[in-house]
Design a protein around this ligand. Structure first.
Ligand SMILES: [Zn+2]
Length: 112
């Protein structure tokens, strides 16, 4: 039976229910669909990883010392990409908690 591949539009001979000319085309089609389906999830995970890495780098320099809000604002964190929140509402990015001390200061707390 003459068919048209859903992935590459090649005309091929196949079974009645066959949709792809090769298993390679079937895998490519399904991989593209999975990529589109998980786009926002993957972006959120990427942003969370970047936040975690950035805070880890700052923590290496300052530990849990008080840091200015100006410095934190220059880090370009995506504050929405948190992994969890503490009971008192501070955001965590992986093992790093970003705790607001006052209007102009933060502190990074590393949890184990
Ligand atoms: Zn194909």
């Amino acid at each position: 039976m003459e068919k048209i591949c859903k992935q590459c539009d090649t005309v091929f001979q196949g079974r009645k229910n066959q949709k792809y000319c090769t298993t390679k085309c079937k895998a490519a089609f399904n991989n593209e669909r999975a990529k589109e389906r998980d786009y926002y999830l993957n972006r959120a995970i990427r942003d969370l990883k970047e936040n975690k890495k950035t805070l880890g780098d700052v923590y290496k320099l300052f530990g849990s010392e008080v840091i200015s809000a100006t410095l934190i604002s220059k880090l370009k964190l995506n504050f929405g990409a948190t992994s969890t929140k503490t009971l008192n509402g501070h955001c965590c990015y992986g093992e790093y908690e970003l705790r607001r001390v006052d209007q102009n200061h933060y502190r990074i707390i590393k949890h184990k």
